[in-house]
Design a protein around this ligand. Structure first.
Ligand SMILES: Cc1cc2nc3c(=O)[nH]c(=O)nc-3n(C[C@H](O)[C@H](O)[C@H](O)COP(=O)(O)OP(=O)(O)OC[C@H]3O[C@@H](n4cnc5c(N)ncnc54)[C@H](O)[C@@H]3O)c2cc1C
Length: 559
């Protein structure tokens, strides 16, 4: 039977899905519709057309409309909005926005890839001439027409996320006076911790951008046209307002058809990109994505995520069984001459989802000391409870995205920081140092975790009541002697234990600490059970229970 495949939305998710369905099912009838007048294009390139780095809006369009029919037999319907789904009859009602013609399109499998739309703040004056969003080619065409007017000298940008900051750079390059207003205490908060974001902020301010944080735009004033904005901290005269605050998932069409919507307001999908309604899949900015670090469903509105999800939805819609494995939200950009990238979660988010984050930040050269070099700041985050890598943030002058991709992979694989720190990397003076900044940061984080672990052992040893200490020492020695793993114990640790034994000091705080370390490394389960059941040291033991026990005694490193 020839399958009828219908894809709503021709952004990266929808277009990838349509092409993948075609690739895997040569006979299927594939239709791709979009309300926009263009086939798929790079929204990510829009700020660079504003700055002039990219010469035209048209160059952002991946392929001309005829490409789809000609090379892939995909029927592309531009200017066409889907406004109703009938899941029982398996039809979608659509209207041509140019001609007004209506159509009822049958499907065997439907993919919703409706993307998102910019949220305009609910304030007076937001509908005035001179207020722009940055989502579509048409949005930016209107902005560019506006900027051609000789009276335009300044701009206020609402929102200091990636798009807001990219637009601030673009408009500075255009010679405008630029103010960015951000409601949060620092810029780029969804991807960087405040201390890292401050580095980018300083660069932006040096380039002439005025940044107001902890500030709210309360009103856009003027007649028909914008004359200025009222901010919580005062008034700013301007003729241009760019809104780059938030992107709302386009989930209304799905919701009206009875498809389950998640807590974030986006479409709820499973790992196969299936919605709650049979034969309907969804992908991209309109769906909730599983964040691999915390396991929660969240909004990760990135083209790279949309494309991966589109591949899975496209394959499964024609009978495949592909899984989308979740996202670390790895992303990057360049702002005011420095590259930045992040993956995983920030310290703030880690705390909010109940983790106990610990971080290390280092600055290191990207070449050996004796070679002309560039610098790089790396911040790595781990979760104290299991010592896995949960976040990376990098700012620097080269190789930033490659480092972030490598760390993102480790985050995705739930890698332990201690293991990650030992990874071997390539080296040659003109290209890379022996110790890449990423691994210098990982080692710093490992050391911090070790210090914390040692402190916990010290506390644990201290809290063993004096009259239990000799029993505890005896039991720990018993565990060690009987352990089939005893051969793995290093000579160094063995020497420490023997030294304390000869001095009769095994039941001192320090002697116990050495024994605990070795016993936890070789026989974690038996040691934990001894600690909790026989010695009843509840509080510190509970804390240790959540910690991944190191495979090698750490005291090795301390002596
Ligand atoms: C300025 C800017 C810069 C960005 N930079 C980056 C970056 O550097 N890296 C990165 O990874 N991401 C970036 N992004 C985000 C990225 O563009 C989006 O995540 C991506 O476009 C999402 O793809 P999508 O296919 O899910 O949705 P979209 O690209 O939004 O496409 C959805 C399409 O569906 C259409 N549609 C919606 N409803 C209907 C309907 N009922 N009927 C018909 N058509 C419909 C919409 O009009 C739209 O054309 C940027 C975004 C912007 C705006």
């Amino acid at each position: 039977m020839i399958k009828e495949m219908l894809v709503v939305g021709a952004g990266p998710a929808g277009t990838t899905a349509a092409l993948q369905s075609r690739k895997l099912d040569k006979r299927a009838k594939v239709t791709l519709l979009t309300e926009e007048p263009h086939p798929e294009y790079s929204r990510c390139g829009l700020p660079y057309v504003v700055s002039g780095v990219v010469s035209s809006l048209e160059s952002l369009i991946s392929h001309p409309p005829e490409f789809y029919e000609r090379t892939s037999r995909i029927k592309l319907m531009l200017h066409t909005r889907a406004y109703e789904i009938d899941p029982k009859g398996k039809t979608v009602s659509a209207r041509n926005l140019k001609t007004g013609n209506e159509d009822s399109l049958h499907y065997d499998s439907l993919i919703l890839a409706c993307g998102g739309r910019p949220v305009l703040p609910p304030i007076r004056g937001v509908d005035k001439e001179g207020v722009f969003a940055v989502r579509t080619i048409e949005n930016v065409r209107s902005l560019l027409d506006h900027l051609k007017m000789v009276t335009v000298k300044s701009a206020v940008i609402i929102g200091a996320g990636l798009v807001g900051m990219e637009m601030s750079e673009a408009l500075i390059k255009k010679g405008l006076k630029v103010t960015v207003v951000e409601i949060l205490p620092e810029i780029l908060q969804s991807l960087l911790d405040p201390d890292m974001a401050a580095v980018v902020r300083e660069r932006a301010e040096q380039a002439g951008v005025k940044i107001l944080t902890d500030a709210v735009v309360e009103e856009i004033f003027g007649d028909e046209r914008v004359k200025g904005v009222k901010v919580s901290t005062g008034e700013i005269e301007t003729e241009t307002v760019v809104v780059a605050a938030k992107v709302k998932p386009n989930a209304d069409l799905a919701e009206r058809s009875g498809i389950r919507i998640g807590k974030t307001g986006a479409i709820d999908v499973d790992e196969y990109m299936r919605t709650s309604v049979e034969a309907i899949y969804a992908a991209g900015d309109c769906v909730e994505t599983r964040d691999v670090v915390s396991g929660r469903k969240t909004l990760i509105q990135l083209a790279t995520t949309a494309v991966r999800q589109g591949l899975v939805a496209g394959a499964n819609a024609v009978g495949g069984h592909e899984r989308y494995l979740g996202s670390t939200g790895v992303c990057t950009t360049e702002l005011f001459g420095i590259e930045l990238a992040s993956a995983g979660i920030t310290t703030g988010i880690a705390g909010a989802v109940g983790m106990s984050p610990i971080s290390a930040r280092i600055a290191a050269p990207t070449r050996p000391k004796y070679f002309p070099s560039k610098s790089c700041i790396v911040k790595l985050l781990s979760n104290r409870q299991d010592e896995r890598l949960i976040g990376v943030q990098i700012i620097g002058e080269d190789g930033v995205s490659e480092r972030a991709n490598l760390a993102a992979h480790a985050i995705h694989m739930q890698q332990d920081v201690n293991e990650f720190a030992k990874m071997e990397t390539c080296y040659a003076p003109p290209v890379a140092p022996v110790w890449d900044p990423l691994f210098v940061a990982a080692q710093a984080l490992t050391r911090k975790l070790e210090v914390e672990f040692d402190k916990r052992l010290e506390r644990l040893a201290l809290e063993i009541p004096v009259h239990f200490r000799s029993v505890a020492a005896e039991k720990l020695v018993e565990i060690l002697i009987n352990s089939p793993n005893v051969k793995r114990m290093s000579d160094e640790v063995m020497k420490r234990i023997l030294f304390n034994w000869q001095r009769g000091a095994l039941s001192t705080e320090y002697g116990l600490q050495v024994l605990l370390e070795a016993a936890l490394a070789l026989e974690p389960e038996r040691t934990m059970s001894l600690l909790s059941e026989r010695l009843r040291l509840y509080a510190p033991v509970l804390e240790l229970k959540e910690t991944r026990i190191p495979t090698q005694p750490r005291l090795l490193y301390n002596f």
